[in-house]
Each structure stands twice: as structure tokens, then as C-alpha cells.
Design a protein around this ligand. Structure first.
Ligand code: C2O
Ligand code: CU
Length: 546
């Protein structure tokens, strides 16, 4: 019989792909031993669970027309409602993106995931990014299922109204599956949000920003070389909702925009080309307490931001452009001096800009056009941007059980591997300092270290750190003086006032967060949401214990 160690060894060496690929061998004998500390997979519905919404989501191969000419082969999530409101599933027409799933806080959902991917090596599992679910419902990579298999999620949505999302989470293959198209929005509403009267219906606009590279045949290119695996994939073209060069037509009125950075590793510095400030109303975990304005907003992979876009004073006939402004400092590769060491005095030059990457993609931090808005028609409405959105109970540092001794999450590079506290991902491994107590609030300090002596990227790179299990709060950021210059270019675009599940940590930055562990015990992952980093092992388990 295959031991857990065999499974673990396989996974460590080759990722989940090897596990799935090896399944032909495994089929003849017993399945690998399931560890009792790991999330216990659920492959059948529980008859005692009565869902308000019951649906199937299938990951399948399809063809979508994206560029003129040949259609593009993609993988996509297709959903079907069995019981509950059929409007809970809202497809995005002509897109490889999955449908928008719309639920209300308090609803019980059953979602049967079917892995219908055409490649036997593609084990998969869905993670509900940002939702507070039990470990077995969270899409831990341990629970990935092979093509032809299914996984049954049953949980109550307990989260605040907000823009969450879902995407694959098999270890070692998340990046490829997301590139191929597997991702969708999961929008939660609640009475507190509805009471405010924000723009709804067609004026509530989801926008998923991704980057892709196409070959001459209009097919996605994803064949990461070692440098791409180290730094992350950057695509040549920006797609919004799966479309290149998106132009939205709009009326002279207020809109709610829900923006997700669904890119594998590209970070955006979103701004209006005109210099008009952005009005931010929500972050990862829903509405802010009050609207905030920013000259630009930093949006790293996995993060969401919601904007109040007021076009009432824009004359019809005007075209606005949403851009990503240039920034430096998010990666340091290519800035080695002849001695192979980074020149600490050259903060301003740091990260200009991945000169060692191959391909024609704009470098990380290059200026980009994201989308155009054409104001085409007059419309009267009387919506008012509320001065107060929804209350947020701020945690206080003193309430943390470790208020004076933060739990340290150090991000570093060893050779060609990004690590967390010096470690790489092992499927069922949890270190003693990765165990937390149920019903406690903790202070975590995420430290993006420099890596003196590391040839590949001595000053490190930006990492969007995502913690499964729920939302946290950011209380403090500091940066090393020698990396201040790059940081200054982005820091005014942080929105740290709201609930967060993913946080951009720039090179040399140290961020303190307060995170509570409630309701469920068990194993969750935390990781870098640069999907190439995640796949390469920049992920760890943490366990909540009684
Ligand atoms: Cu959005 Cu663990 O991922
Ligand atoms: Cu990373």
C-alpha cells in the first residue's frame, strides 16, 4: 500500500501533476492514506444538508473567440443551477471566464465541482478566494480531484457583502489552469449593503483584469521557462473580462465597478489617464466604512477593489482611459552590478525592469492601457455616494494574544526558490510556528526580506500574500530605507482601511496585520498569489487548533 510519505514525496518532487499522472499506477491499488489532520475530502452530497442554492460547476475545455480569426482553446467553468435562484449564475457572454455566482449572506450553497479537464494530468479543485469556509470546503490542494472525479462543497455563506472569486488550487498547476481560463467571480450581497443603494444591475460592473500571450494561431502561450517560474508570468496583452482592448459604453451617471486582478503575476497601478482621482468603496472583504479617494490604486494578483465611478459631469462624446501607471521596484532582476551585487544606493533604479526575462511582454511596472470608457448617452439618476458605507469593527493591537511578539512570516529567496520562513510547500506539513489557536486574534508580521548573496534577485520582489480562511486587517507598513524609493511610487495606492485577504508586500516592506481564527479548526494554506511563486512552493500550511 502506498504510504502518505510516497504521496508527499511525489508531490514535493513533481507537484500535483505527477500525482495525477501517476494515478494510472495508483488505480490498481489502494488510494494514498488520508492524513487525519488534513481536510477530509467530500465527494458525495450530505443528505442532511438542505441547500438554498444547488449547482454544478464543471471545468471543461472549450473554444472562445478572443482575437480576430481563429478561436482560442481555453478551459472554462460552466455552471448549472439545480435548485434555487437560476439568476444566481450569471455567465459572462463570449468569455472564457466562469459565470458570476451571486449569493446572499446566510445562504446555504451546495456546489458540485466536476473536473472535466481533457488532460489526465490536470488534477483540480476550486478555492473560494476570500470566503470563510471550513478547511474541507476551502479547496486545499490536498483535496484536488482527478479528471472524471468530483468534489462536493457544502457551506453556509457567512461573509460580508463583497466581491470574492473562485479559481483552481491544485499544487503545481494553478498557474497553468488559471492562464487557460479557469476563474470566476463570487459576489455576495447582504442587507447592510442593499440599504445603501449603490448602483445595481447593469450599473454594477464586474471587471476582471488579466494578461495573456497569444501565438500566431491565437492560442494562449504558457510554457514557463525557469526565469518565468522564478519571477512569474507576464503576458503581452491586457484582457478585461476576457476581451482585448475593451471599450465600455456608459451613461452620464454613477457606476459601481468591481475590479479583480486575476492575472498570474502582473501588478497594476490603476489610475485615470486624465488624472481624475479614484473613489474607492470596497476592498477584498467588502465595503469600506467610508469612501476614500486615491490618486491611483495598487492591485496585485488576487486583490479586489471596488470603485464608485461618477460620470455625471462627463459630457457625452468623451472617452476616458483607465491605465496602469509606471512604477519600479517590484522586482530586482537584471539590476545586478558587475560584481553580482545590487547597488543599494540605486534605489530609484531598482527593478528596472526584469531585463533577464525573455519574450515581448511589457515588464512589470511598465505603463499599460487597461480599458476605455466611452460616455455615449445622457441619463438622469439621483444616486448619492453615501458618506458612510458599512461599519467596520477595527481590531486593536492590544487584543492580539501576541501583541508584543508578532508571528513572523519571512519571504525570501534561496537559489531559484522563493520561500516562506525558509521553507517550501509540503502538502501535509505544518511547522510548530504555523499552529494557531481557535478563537484568538493574532498579530502577524510579513517581512519581505532582501537576499544578499542571491544572484537572481538580491533585493527580492513584490509578493501578494494571501491567507486562506477569511479576512484580516492591516495595521502598519514600514520599509527598509534603501528600498524606500520604489515603495514611494506605490504606497499612496494602498487601500489598507478595509477587510483584506490578499496583501501586496513590496521588496523591503514589513507589514503588520491582525487576523482572527474563528469557527473552524484544521489546515488552511497561506501563500504568495503570484501563481508561479505559489506553484513553485511559496506556500505553507497553517493549522487552527482548539
Ligand atoms: Cu486565490 Cu490560495 O488563492
Ligand atoms: Cu511571490
Amino acid at each position: 500500500m502506498l504510504s502518505r510519505l510516497t504521496r508527499r514525496g511525489l508531490l514535493r518532487l513533481f507537484g500535483a501533476g505527477a500525482l495525477a499522472f501517476g494515478s494510472g499506477v495508483l488505480n490498481g491499488c489502494a488510494l494514498p492514506t488520508r492524513s487525519s489532520v488534513m481536510p477530509q475530502p467530500q465527494t458525495n452530497p450530505n443528505p442532511a444538508f438542505t441547500p438554498d442554492l444547488d449547482l454544478t460547476i464543471r471545468a471543461v475545455a472549450a473554444e472562445v473567440s478572443i482575437l480576430p480569426g481563429k478561436p482560442t482553446r481555453v478551459w472554462t467553468y460552466q455552471a448549472q443551477v439545480h435548485a434555487g435562484d437560476p439568476a444566481a449564475v450569471q455567465p459572462i457572454p463570449d468569455s472564457y471566464l466562469g459565470p458570476i455566482i451571486r449569493v446572499r449572506t446566510g445562504q446555504k450553497v451546495r456546489i458540485t465541482f466536476e473536473n472535466g479537464l481533457p488532460d489526465p494530468r490536470q488534477a483540480s479543485i476550486i478555492h473560494w478566494h476570500g470566503l470563510h469556509t471550513p478547511p474541507a470546503m476551502d479547496g486545499h490542494p490536498y483535496t484536488a480531484v482527478r479528471p472524471g472525479e468530483r468534489y462536493v462543497y457544502e457551506f453556509t455563506v457567512t461573509d460580508r457583502a463583497g466581491t470574492y472569486w473562485f479559481h483552481p488550487h491544485p499544487h503545481g498547476q494553478t498557474a497553468q489552469q488559471v492562464i487557460m481560463g479557469l476563474a470566476g467571480l463570487f459576489v455576495v450581497s447582504d442587507p447592510a449593503e442593499e440599504a445603501i443603494g449603490l448602483p445595481g444591475g447593469e450599473y454594477d460592473l464586474p471587471l476582471v483584469i488579466q494578461d495573456r500571450t497569444f501565438d500566431a494561431d491565437n492560442q494562449f502561450v504558457y510554457d514557463p521557462d525557469p526565469m518565468t517560474r522564478l519571477m512569474g508570468f507576464l503576458g503581452e496583452r491586457i484582457l478585461v473580462n476576457g476581451r482585448p482592448d475593451l471599450t465600455i459604453t456608459a451613461a452620464t451617471r454613477a457606476y459601481r465597478w468591481r475590479i479583480l486582478n486575476g492575472s498570474n503575476s502582473r501588478i497594476y497601478k490603476l489610475a485615470w489617464d486624465s488624472g481624475m482621482p479614484l473613489t474607492v468603496i470596497a476592498t477584498d472583504g467588502g465595503l469600506l466604512e467610508r469612501p476614500l479617494t486615491r490618486p491611483f490604486v495598487m492591485l496585485a494578483p488576487g486583490e479586489r477593489i471596488e470603485l464608485w465611478v461618477d460620470l455625471r459631469n462627463i459630457p457625452p462624446g468623451t472617452t476616458l482611459k483607465l491605465i496602469s501607471q509606471p512604477f519600479s521596484g517590484a522586482e530586482g532582476v537584471g539590476m545586478m552590478s558587475e560584481s553580482g551585487n545590487m547597488d543599494h544606493g540605486m534605489g530609484g533604479m531598482h527593478g528596472q525592469m526584469g531585463m533577464m526575462r525573455s519574450g515581448n511582454a511589457p515588464p512589470l511596472g511598465a505603463p499599460l492601457d487597461i480599458l476605455h470608457v466611452q460616455v455615449t448617452r445622457q441619463e438622469q439618476e439621483t444616486l448619492v455616494l453615501p458618506a458612510l458605507l458599512t461599519p467596520i469593527q477595527r481590531y486593536r493591537r492590544e487584543e492580539a494574544v501576541n501583541a508584543t511578539t508578532p508571528r513572523r512570516i519571512a519571504l525570501s529567496l534561496r537559489g531559484m526558490e522563493w520561500r516562506i520562513n525558509g521553507k517550501t510547500f509540503v502538502m501535509d506539513e505544518v511547522a510548530p510556528d504555523e499552529i494557531v489557536r481557535l478563537n484568538t486574534l493574532e498579530l502577524w508580521e510579513i517581512v519581505n526580506e532582501t537576499n544578499p548573496g542571491e544572484m537572481m534577485d538580491p533585493m527580492g520582489m513584490a509578493h501578494p500574500i494571501h491567507i486562506h480562511g477569511g479576512q484580516f486587517q492591516i495595521i502598519q507598513r514600514t520599509v527598509l530605507p534603501e528600498l524606500q524609493t520604489g515603495w514611494e511610487e506605490v504606497k499612496d495606492g494602498y487601500v489598507d482601511e478595509g477587510w483584506k485577504d490578499t496583501i501586496l508586500v513590496m521588496p523591503g516592506e514589513r507589514v503588520q496585520i491582525l487576523i482572527a481564527f474563528r469557527d473552524y479548526t484544521g489546515m488552511y494554506v497561506y501563500h504568495c498569489h503570484n501563481l508561479e511563486h505559489e506553484d513553485a512552493g511559496m506556500m505553507r500550511n497553517y493549522r487552527i487548533e482548539v
